[in-house]
Design a protein around this ligand. Structure first.
Ligand code: ZN
Ligand code: ZN
Length: 167
């Protein structure tokens, strides 16, 4: 493989990584909060134990990228580059979502400044709503400013509604 070819494939992997944010956003908004709520519900409720049904989504994505890696290593470098991009996104997602936000790792590290803090706060706002509908912030790599999300959440009134329903 020439250097140019390698750089081209690296650029494709980075492109796929960025596109995956859109894919994850859409999957979260329309599948997980849609017909796939059965698996995702466990993630919006307090669950006992380390694993939750929602983890099956990570399993599905992992199987998909393993298949792409296998196909790619049979002489399809383009497919391989796509698999690398998806896997990079998976790692990023795990660090931000499972690690920084939900602290599913043995070390405590909560970002107190910068963009990482904004991502964590934005996802916490996603969890402010317990039910399937009326949620904000479905992405992981990009989050709008927290003030904007809070305003949107207030405007929808879902949190207040849920509180009333519980009382
Ligand atoms: Zn959700
Ligand atoms: Zn979450």
């Amino acid at each position: 493989m020439s250097l140019i070819e390698f750089l081209g494939l690296a650029a494709i992997a980075i492109g796929v990584f960025l596109v995956m944010e859109g894919v994850a956003w859409a999957a979260h908004k329309y599948i997980m909060h849609g017909f796939g709520w059965g698996w995702h519900k466990s993630h919006h409720e307090e669950t006992e134990g380390f694993f939750e049904k929602n983890d099956l989504y990570a399993v599905v994505f992992s199987i998909l990228s393993i298949i792409l890696f296998v196909v790619g290593s049979q002489g399809y470098p383009l497919v391989f580059a796509v698999a690398v991009g998806i896997t990079l996104y998976g790692i990023f997602y795990f660090v931000v979502h499972d690690g920084l936000v939900h602290q599913r790792w043995p070390f405590r590290s909560i970002p107190h400044r910068g963009y990482a803090k904004r991502l964590v706060q934005a996802h916490r706002l996603h969890h402010a709503v317990e039910g399937k509908d009326g949620c904000v912030s479905f992405g992981f790599l990009y989050a709008p400013p927290v003030e904007k999300l809070s305003a949107e959440l207030r405007q929808r009134g879902t949190v207040a509604e849920e509180r009333r329903a519980r009382a």
